[in-house]
Design a protein. Structure first.
Length: 426
């Protein structure tokens, strides 16, 4: 493991109160590796039914969680997110044991949001009911499309009927249900994208995530790129989806997230408002604030190696203190994804630094029409939201050389996607 502590010319953070705390748990196995996926996921080999090392992996997760406790002792956890991979490949008994171990070691809020990602290809009504009984109260289903042509192009293992059956059962079993959709698919028209949206709306779920397909490095699509719609078509497609969901009563509250009033994904909102999160599991990332610094950690990526590390109790392949010079960029990278932005006062609360430390960058972004001029709120203008990468880049102090921009996408989960190449998954 590498431990990096670097000094900065900026003053060190000072927290009067620590941010809210969440827990992300990574379960890395899936039925097959989708050609667009750059998450840390590992396909099960054919004929390996029942071969997941559930007990060993859950044991490692519990040991990992215990190793983090000294850094967050006494802090309450408000959300838990089980991401992957395909967490619904794990048995209800394994999920029950995992969540019981979490409750025994961390003080969960009485109304804690506990989300699990699920693949329609693993759907069985009794299985989903057992996940609910284990304590999962929010489910996020990776539908992507209901059209067999696009499901095939995306390498999905389920068909449209299985997706519909999973969504139907989910709304009967869970109070909070998210459906993941993708648009901008190979050969897709605006009408076809809207047809998927209409089908999703028919289930009356509380939340929808609509991600534009992007080609990421280290994926099959990157090596063999499909023909995607052109930029003008993509812009029109995105606008049409936003209009239709607004008509249906969904708030477009984040770049890729739509929710009925009062049903935003609390776990992801914690990411975007620069809250803290523990990350356990193979390849998981964590961000934890201490009274005078913010520390980021990365877990060992390969599941077998991660399980092996449980014997020594050392799970982090990297641990580093975030440079104060980088905090403005990190904060804005998250906060400006929210359509309504955040109160300006949140900057000091969540970074431990005065907002004057990024006054120069704010002035420049405002002068370019990318940031709202309201001093009480940090919020991108319509132009800044459209060109969000350029807006956020104004807060990157390149002399720090930290390379943070490429790293942050991988730490957050399917609801948590940074444009479907982060792990923000909702």
């Amino acid at each position: 493991m590498s431990v990096v502590v670097v000094e900065s010319r900026a003053s060190r953070p000072r927290f009067t109160a620590l941010p809210p705390l969440a827990l992300y748990v990574h379960l890395p196995w899936c039925l097959s590796k989708c050609p667009y996926c750059d998450f840390n996921s590992h396909a099960r080999k054919a004929g390996e039914a029942g071969a997941l090392p559930e007990r060993e992996y859950v044991d490692a997760l519990v040991a990992d969680l215990e190793s983090t406790l000294p850094s967050v002792w006494g802090r309450k956890v408000s959300t838990v997110f089980l991401g992957g991979g395909t967490p619904s490949l794990f048995s209800p008994e394994a999920i029950d044991r995992l969540l019981a171990a979490v409750r025994a070691r961390l003080p969960l809020s009485a109304d804690a949001e506990i989300t699990m990602e699920a693949n329609p290809g693993t759907f069985e009504r009794e299985r989903f009911a057992a996940f609910r009984a284990a304590g999962v109260n929010r489910i996020s289903i990776g539908v992507q499309s209901f059209d067999p042509r696009f499901l095939s192009a995306l390498g999905r293992v389920h068909d449209g009927d299985e997706a519909a059956a999973a969504a139907t059962a989910a709304v009967q079993l869970f109070d909070e249900v998210n459906l993941d959709l993708m648009f901008g698919l190979p050969g897709q028209t605006i009408e076809q994208a809207l047809a998927d949206v209409e089908r999703a709306l028919s289930f009356r779920t509380t939340h929808l995530s609509c991600y534009q397909l992007t080609i990421e490095p280290n994926t099959l699509f990157h090596r063999n790129p499909p023909a995607l719609p052109d930029e003008d078509t993509l812009a029109d497609m995105s606008a049409a989806i936003e209009r239709r969901l607004a008509e249906a009563g969904y708030e477009h509250y984040e770049v890729s997230a739509y929710a009925r009033p009062g049903h935003r994904c609390r776990h992801n909102v914690n990411y975007w408002s620069f809250g803290d999160y523990l990350g356990i599991g193979a390849g998981a990332h964590a961000k934890v604030s201490l009274p005078d610094r913010i520390v980021r950690e990365v877990r060992f990526r390969q599941p077998a190696q991660y399980i092996e590390r449980a014997r020594s109790g050392e799970f982090a392949v990297e641990r580093r203190e975030v440079r104060p010079d980088d905090l403005g960029f990190e904060f804005m990278l998250n906060a400006l994804r929210l359509a309504g932005g955040v109160p300006s006062s949140l900057y000091a609360e969540r970074t431990g630094l005065p907002i004057v430390s990024i006054a120069r960058e704010i002035e420049r972004a405002t002068a370019q029409g990318l940031l709202d001029a309201d001093p009480a709120r940090l919020r991108a203008t319509a132009l800044g939201y459209r060109f969000l990468n350029q807006t956020v880049a104004l807060f990157l102090r390149t002399e720090s050389g930290s390379g943070l921009g490429s790293e942050l996408g991988s730490e957050l989960g399917s609801d948590s996607n940074f444009g479907h190449s982060p792990e923000i998954r909702v």
